[in-house]
Design a protein around this ligand. Sequence first.
Ligand code: TTP
Length: 388
Amino acid sequence: TAAVLLAAGKGERMWPLTSTRPKPLLPVALGESLLERWIKALKEITEDIIVVVNKEHVKYFENLRSEYGVELAVQIAAPGTGAALASVKPPEADYVVVAYADVYLQRPLLELKRLLAEAPSVLAVRVDDVSQYGALVVENGEVREVIEKEMSGPGLINGGVYVFSKEIFELLKELKPSKRGEYELTDLVKGLRAVEVASGWKDVGRPWDIFDVMKMEFEVREGLENPWGPGKVYGELPEVKGEVYVEGPVYFGEGVVLGPFAHVRPYVALLDGVKVGPFVQVKESMIMEGSRLPHLNYVGDSVVAEDVNFGAGSVTANLRFDEREVEVTLKGQRVSTGRRKLGAIVGGGARIGVNVSLMPGTRVGARSWIYPGCVVRGDVPDGARYKC
Ligand code: TTP
């Protein structure tokens, strides 16, 4: 068996988190990236792992290549998952595992073993509403058809993990572009055995998908006793100054500094080197490497990328007065995030001045500066100097 991980997407919907690194390398699973999880699980099965990346991103993947001995392939110019797979030199093995690198599996090795036992096969996920996905029409355990975003109601969807027989590389040559002009792997799923996922699954496309991934990951990680409040803590114990109150589950990376007088509420991940200082409250959020909430901040239902600084008194608002679902613009369209509570998504290296309010659903571009006292709504582009 060989394996190919498709990691050459643009990650547009994940903006601004993808302005500083590709989506599959974001540390969304409590400090671990989805790509790294895939590689670790696949290493239990095969040494022959190829990661397909896009040309502009190669430099970000060099570390993984040296650390895990995986091979990198650059995607050919054509768009789509089929084009991505066609970019690799066909491996010798009879079967090839192909996975979208931005799929989170709660138990990846377990699912891989189940798929391999039924090869050629595709991972199927049962959902309440198939309308946003590729719906699988299954008969006698085999996929008859994949219907993209046209059906609704409950059913099985394509989970983005396949075990193809090596003939796939011949079939790829005959692939025609789909309605949206992409060469899509889903056209080749017919006839595969549908294997229903045994545990948690999430297609991670938008920043708020990270909250679901965190919850599932807390379920399968080993917790530690929490010296500072109820629930468990995970990862490394932080350096604590004075009094703090921590309500688990909370994950700490290496070198986190907490307090005095900090309050960390459930479902928070503070990654390596994060500082949470006096009179700061953090709730259901991910704060990535080296970011700082040094004094008098409130951050809730938010994702803060790496190396961000919040000025004193700056807060996120996470609930509208009318309590309606928070909306954002994705690929030019106004869409609901499906969440009543959503704070801000802040890109890497952003500087938030003192006394700034980021209203629900605000996205702050990477490396932008928000001047003191601003009330910010909507999107601030990468590298902006936002004055009010
Ligand atoms: P998508 O989530 O459909 O696309 P994306 O990652 O570009 O995100 P966005 O739509 O927000 O810009 O991709 C699914 C998986 O397939 C993902 O792991 C990336 C991979 N992929 C490729 O490798 N090459 C491609 O040309 C495309 C479209 C996707």
